[in-house]
Design a protein around this ligand. Structure first.
Ligand code: DUC
Ligand code: ZN
Ligand code: ZN
Length: 478
């Protein structure tokens, strides 16, 4: 009779706080012992001095999300979570997106049906609120928050998704009252529409003009406005997919005032630039169309600085998968489609962890502990999944990654498990990849995908803390 289902020996355990040598004893999917000379387990894994981190939590992914514009996301809840697992991510938080006119409850039910028995790793949902009617604000949203849908995203752009400032205020005030966490997509919709119209009128239709239609000014302005709205309501927010200096400056100002404005960034803002959208008018640049668009080398450095100095709380993929070939992805409107008709988003759920470990930790830019904080612990804390997820601690789920390091290889799409036919990072030389991924103690990746559909469980979120953007000296008389 074994006391452990699995023992991982000789690990260099990394948490957001420490790196220490230990064995890890696992029983019934949980970590039950950390220490030396643990009794023999039913399965023995020798980590041989390798880094062992908590499994990644990707707090920003899109799977099987209808776009309404003729394009189709390539990954469903099976291929998306399988891809995540093979890249060292053991929990994902995709979106349940309300269509305008739809009840929020119907949207949640729809996404549960889409997920059904497909996920191979655990998952939660963020809501996307696009239609905050009184019924939704007063009844549906509070009820859903109480049931564990404790975070939601609001858009300031995209006609099908965006809210105006008044709607944002109303929705933020529900978050404040109920203690939910709000993510903001901060880009100024009217500026984008105006610029797009002028670019198209001038014949500038190629993919690379996507970046011209969404300059950093539009992100800066909306970031500033999002902060002001949150400050007025007195509720913390997350500004997602921060792309460069001007948005960073706005958030830094807010943080300097003591406001709880959290920032997320993504690999595309470290490893791609606007040039990735093409230096000529070829369609190839469509592969890197995402919003906000990647900027330039100077802005990449600002994002690296923000990861190094603790400015960023979250490092997520914003995996939004569309195929380049075929007729339902980037080409849904043909190769001649103007940039504004090309599906927005790039794949990245499988490459996120290795890109940051390889280019962040192994280059000495960030510590292994910061890596864990950015890719797992902080995500679990902000979205109400901690301490079950996000750490290597007694009682936590045994969601773990054992790292293979120091054997450089060239990244190409053939080694990935998503259902997308390209990766924007093809050709990069990386020096780390997960050797083993465990989801609740079960091996889901060991160089081969070992997971199975339906293993992943839905995780209701607890209420994240804190519920106020700052401690007010005087309360608003509201
Ligand atoms: N925003 C996202 O968060 N994901 C994909 C595209 C977008 O604009
Ligand atoms: Zn967004
Ligand atoms: Zn996104």
């Amino acid at each position: 009779m074994h006391s452990f289902d699995t023992v991982i020996r000789n690990a260099r355990v990394v948490t957001a706080a420490d790196v220490f040598a230990s064995d890890i004893g696992i029983h019934e999917g949980r970590i039950v012992a950390l220490g030396f000379d643990l009794p023999t387990g039913r399965n023995e894994i020798d980590a041989a001095g390798r880094h062992v981190t908590p499994g990644g939590i990707d707090g920003h992914v899109h799977f099987d999300q209808p776009t309404g514009d003729g394009s189709v996301m390539a990954d469903d809840f099976f291929s998306g979570t399988a891809s995540a697992a093979c890249g060292g991510t053991t929990t994902v938080i995709p979106f349940a997106c309300q269509q305008k006119g739809q009840s929020l409850r119907a949207a949640v039910d729809d996404y549960h049906r889409r997920a059904a028995d497909k996920p191979v790793i655990d998952y939660a949902f963020h809501l996307i609120v696009t239609d905050p009617t009184p019924e939704i604000l007063h009844h549906e949203l509070p009820a859903l928050i109480a049931e564990g849908y404790t975070s939601f995203k609001l858009y300031m752009t995209y006609d099908a998704l965006k809210l105006d400032d008044r709607q944002i205020l109303e929705t933020l005030s529900v978050a404040r009252r109920e203690g939910a966490m709000v993510m903001l997509h901060a880009e100024n919709s009217d500026c984008i529409a105006w610029l797009t119209e002028r670019l198209l009128a001038a014949g500038h239709t190629a993919p690379r003009y996507h970046a011209y239609s969404r300059p950093m000014l539009v992100e800066r302005e909306a970031t500033h406005r999002a902060i002001a709205l949150a400050e007025l309501v007195d509720v913390p927010i997350v500004i997602v997919h921060v792309s460069g200096r001007e948005a960073v400056e706005q958030i830094r100002w807010a943080q300097g005032q003591g406001l709880k404005v959290y920032a997320e960034t993504c690999p595309q803002y470290l490893f791609l630039t606007a040039d990735s959208l093409g230096c000529d008018d070829s369609f190839e640049g469509a592969k890197c169309i995402c919003s906000p668009p990647p900027r330039d080398a100077a802005n990449q450095r600002v994002i690296w600085d923000g990861l190094e100095n603790g400015f960023f709380e979250l490092f997520s993929s914003d995996h939004a998968p569309f195929r380049y070939g075929g007729s339902d992805g980037k080409r849904a409107h043909g190769e001649d489609a103007s940039f504004d008709r090309i599906a927005n988003g790039i794949p990245g759920v499988e490459t996120r962890m290795a890109l940051l470990w390889s280019e962040g930790v192994r280059t000495g830019r960030i510590t292994a502990q910061s890596f864990v904080a950015l890719t797992s612990t902080n995500v679990a804390k902000l979205y109400g999944l901690y301490p079950r997820k996000g750490s290597i601690a007694i009682g936590a789920d045994a969601d773990l990654v054992i790292w293979d390091e120091g054997r450089p290889f060239q990244l190409d799409n053939d080694r990935l498990h998503h259902n997308v036919d390209y990766t924007p990072y093809a050709g990069m030389r990386l020096s780390a990849w997960p050797a083993l991924t465990l989801s609740r103690g079960e091996v889901v990746w060991d160089g081969e995908f070992r997971g199975r559909a339906g293993w992943g469980r839905f995780l209701p979120g607890a209420l994240p803390l804190p519920a106020r953007i700052r401690r007010r000296d005087t309360e608003l008389p509201l």
